[in-house]
Design a protein around this ligand. Structure first.
Ligand SMILES: Cc1cc2nc3c(=O)[nH]c(=O)nc-3n(C[C@H](O)[C@H](O)[C@H](O)COP(=O)(O)OP(=O)(O)OC[C@H]3O[C@@H](n4cnc5c(N)ncnc54)[C@H](O)[C@@H]3O)c2cc1C
Length: 434
């Protein structure tokens, strides 16, 4: 299990959030609840928001502060696509055709749902819906990108194919052979989004308690009793949305995901001249490099850096040198640009790179495993889970697997090896094997 990092200092998103700090409303506290949500990231917040909107009494328990996990630390790219080269057919091969198509619909529609909700709730998170591109950095990536594009357009999804020149015109980046574009993608300040979701959930009656860590769950036959560092809480149903930070509340639960430590940071703000040459349309993009080929602006015109952490290294120094090289490769005019900030956070992978709803005992579920595509999907699946907990939808209607805990074989070994893999990723990318 990944260590919860309660400290948001140095995270650019927290330093620049236009959403006010989250304030708990103690008048909402009561003895027991219909639903208890464990974890105050996008998934838990979305469940709380939508279940409270449907009239359920909801308590959300967060060990740190809302958004202190991956939700406040991610890159803020809102992407209308599965991870990497995955297609709806690939998802269908894992989930069965009906669930695969349902999930594909949720993934394709996700950014529009998220941007619409941001507007409806008045969340001040610097939302920019300028589109997203998946460009191909190699011949091998080109084949995958073409397959992905065909899979989406065969399903009637509005997408545009871009040749090498069009990718270069829209991104200002060098070295891409082509790619596909969807205008529904975009960027947000992720921490501000978490704060805004919490504010909206409380406005709809959800009781959100921070610095409240769930340490155990037991049943008295009628209710679930959640033990926390601030006392016991009772609820009819419980959902655990703790991502890579998932504690061992149930045997093997923490082994059902692999925590991967990632970093992000920002360059200094770009000058007007540099902005003409760099993402001139303010589009964002994510390629298929395993060592991280992506870009976006912050609201104050800085360019993002990021990748996976190489554990044995001095994290910051190693990450900066990799990011400088990647920036020089994508945007040669930004060679040696100053990098101003750096922070780390965990994402959670499953074997299939897809989240699952796990049944831990009667009326207790977990929803974890959003990989690096959780900005939209953790919110949209959270909304689906709320309808399930409210009994408006069945398990079969959920767009992901619903079942017993599936621990990952050799999870400890894979987690350890994952922390050593980054140089191998860099080499494979350099040799155009990805
Ligand atoms: C560096 C990084 C970059 C990323 N970039 C992107 C991106 O650009 N686009 C994208 O789509 N996705 C991205 N992701 C993935 C995305 O951020 C996650 O998938 C998403 O935020 C997961 O949300 P969540 O609610 O499941 O988990 P989290 O936001 O991690 O929330 C889990 C919460 O559970 C709490 N918790 C844990 N244990 C307990 C307990 N016992 N009691 C109470 N609370 C507990 C934690 O404190 C934490 O706040 C990135 C992730 C990382 C780390």
């Amino acid at each position: 299990m990944a260590q919860i990092n309660r400290d948001m200092s140095g995270v650019h998103w927290a330093d620049t959030s236009k959403e006010a700090a989250f304030v708990e409303d103690r008048s909402l506290r009561k003895g027991d609840y219909d639903i208890a949500v464990v974890g105050g990231g996008y998934c838990g917040l979305s469940i709380a928001l939508h279940a409270a909107s449907a009239g359920q009494s909801v308590v959300l328990l967060e060990a740190g502060s809302v958004g202190c996990g991956a939700s406040g630390r991610n890159g803020g790219l809102v992407v209308p696509h599965f991870p990497g080269g995955m297609t709806a057919d690939d998802a269908g091969a894992v989930l069965g055709k009906a669930k695969g198509e349902r999930l594909a619909q949720l993934v394709a529609d996700g950014p529009q749902i998220v941007f619409d909700q941001i507007r409806a709730l008045g969340i001040q998170c610097d939302a920019e819906q300028n589109g997203w591109i998946q460009p191909a950095h190699s011949e091998k990536a080109m084949q995958k990108v073409q397959r992905v594009y065909k899979s989406w357009t065969a399903r009637g999804v509005e997408a545009e194919w871009l040749d090498a020149g069009a990718v270069a015109d829209r991104t200002g980046a060098t070295g891409y052979l082509g790619g596909w574009y969807r205008k529904s993608g975009g960027t947000i300040n992720p921490y501000a989004l978490a704060l805004g979701l919490a504010r909206a959930a409380v406005a709809r009656g959800a009781d959100i308690r921070q610095q409240t860590e769930v340490t155990g769950i037991r049943s008295d036959g009628v209710s679930k009793i959640l033990h926390t560092n601030t006392g016991d809480i009772r609820a009819r149903k419980v959902v655990i949305a703790t991502n890579a930070y998932t504690p061992a509340l149930y045997p093997s639960l923490a082994q059902s995901v692999i925590p991967v430590l990632l970093y992000h940071g920002f360059t200094r703000p770009l000058t007007a001249d540099e902005q003409h040459k760099t993402l001139p349309t303010r589009v964002c993009f994510t390629d298929l490099r395993k060592s991280g080929g992506f870009s976006r602006y912050s609201a104050d015109n800085r360019l993002i850096i990021g990748g996976a952490i190489f554990r044995p290294s001095n994290h910051r120094a190693y990450s900066f040198s990799h990011s400088r090289r990647r920036l020089a490769e994508l945007f040669p005019h930004l060679k040696n640009i100053q990098i101003d900030s750096y922070w780390e956070g965990y994402c959670a992978l499953t074997d299939a790179y897809l989240p699952a709803i796990q049944r831990l005992e009667s009326n207790v579920y977990s929803v974890i495993g959003f990989s690096t595509r959780g900005v939209a999907l953790a919110q949209t699946l959270g909304r689906e889970v709320a309808t399930f907990l409210c009994e408006s939808k069945t398990e079969a209607e959920m767009p992901v697997r619903v079942g017993d805990i599936q621990p990952i074989a050799m999870q400890g070994v894979k987690t350890f090896l994952g922390g050593l893999a980054f140089p191998a990723y860099q080499l494979r990318d350099a040799l155009r094997l990805t």
